[in-house]
Design a protein around this ligand. Structure first.
Ligand SMILES: Nc1ncnc2c1ncn2[C@@H]1O[C@H](COP(=O)(O)OP(=O)(O)O)[C@@H](O)[C@H]1O
Ligand SMILES: [Mg+2]
Length: 308
């Protein structure tokens, strides 16, 4: 079953087209990343998925509810947690009071709220600070609290808009660990990010959005496969001897210090040829590795220059 289904999703701000006929599905239990540069339309999309913003056109189904129907939207929202972009807890309330307020919004009992809040405060390492006003919290602590608030009702679906953007390393890691833990508990997570490393680390599938258009959608590994000719085989031989005829039809051969890097469309064939070459020439293989393109290579290839 799909947790999210989107068809022809479109948003105009006045005459400006911010999201342009986007189609995709997010499977139940999946961590799905929406990756794109600033201004690509990520926040606009997540706001339409969560029923905060009305699409200009298109269909949005979340947890099998039609988000364009008021009554169904309310039912869907009861089962989701949302971390909006640059959200802030109430700074004049304590961490605990913020959690209570959120729990009450979800209609939870006092007892449930206390139990779940304690769990979450511990999970996000905020328990000792639970009775301190949020005003005294660092940015990272505030964001951890925001995530705890979004998780108060133990929702089956989480929407996170750039959850680790601009955070200290410890807070970012804690949030990523929680995302992985929620995944283990079979929750569905939709997250936006402009950070390739985060998308690569966390997501099972990634949609890449550019200027409102979804330009690619696949697993991180398959997306990397889109970047032809960027796979290379790096080898170091002893004695270091490499002749152009050693491998047939490489895309490019680069000498780098005591190594040779061979760019190829077929790393398997290249490695076999290399091994044959070293046997014929009686050379020792000191090291041999295959280098895959990074998600960043894919991103640059697909998205191109940020200003174009
Ligand atoms: N309320 C708004 N009114 C007009 N334009 C907006 C509004 N919100 C966003 N935009 C524009 O829509 C585009 C997409 O914005 P956004 O969805 O916030 O992108 P992202 O989250 O990927 O950075 C940007 O060009 C932005 O300036
Ligand atoms: Mg945004």
């Amino acid at each position: 079953m799909n947790a999210i289904e989107v068809a022809g999703l479109t948003k105009y701000y006045g005459s400006f087209l911010a999201v342009d006929g986007v189609n995709f599905e997010v499977k139940t239990g999946e961590v799905f990343g929406f990756l794109g540069p600033n201004g690509a339309g990520k926040t606009t999309t997540i706001r339409m998925l969560t029923g905060i913003l009305k699409p200009s056109r298109g269909e949005v189904r979340v947890l099998d509810y039609d988000m364009l129907r008021e009554g169904e939207k309310i039912k869907a929202r009861e089962r989701m947690g949302i971390v909006p972009e640059m959200a802030n807890p109430y700074v004049d309330l304590t961490a605990m009071q913020n959690l209570r307020l959120m729990g009450e919004l979800y209609g939870m009992s006092r007892r449930e709220i206390e139990k779940r809040s304690t769990e979450l405060l511990r999970l996000f390492d905020l328990y000792d600070k639970r009775d301190k006003k949020v005003r005294t919290f660092s940015k990272g602590m505030r964001q951890r609290l925001i995530l705890a608030m979004a998780m108060i009702s133990d929702p089956e679906l989480l929407f996170l808009d750039e959850p680790t953007s601009g955070l200290d390393v410890i807070s970012a890691r804690m949030i990523k660990d929680v995302i992985r833990e929620e995944k283990r508990k079979e929750k569905t997570i939709f997250l936006t990010t402009h950070n390739m490393a985060d998308a690569n680390e966390l997501c099972e599938r990634i949609g890449i959005i550019r200027k409102g258009k979804l330009i690619a959608i696949d697993t991180p590994e398959k997306l990397k496969g889109l970047v032809k000719g960027r796979v290379s085989v790096e080898v170091s031989l002893e004695p270091m001897k490499f002749e152009p005829g050693a491998v047939t039809s490489p895309i490019k051969v680069e000498r780098m210090g005591d190594k040779v890097r061979i760019f190829t469309d077929d790393p398997d064939a290249t490695i076999r040829e290399l091994v044959g070459y070293t046997e014929r020439e009686n050379l020792r293989i000191i090291s041999l590795r295959t280098l895959s393109p990074s998600l960043e290579d894919v991103f640059v290839e697909l998205v191109g220059d940020r200003d174009d």
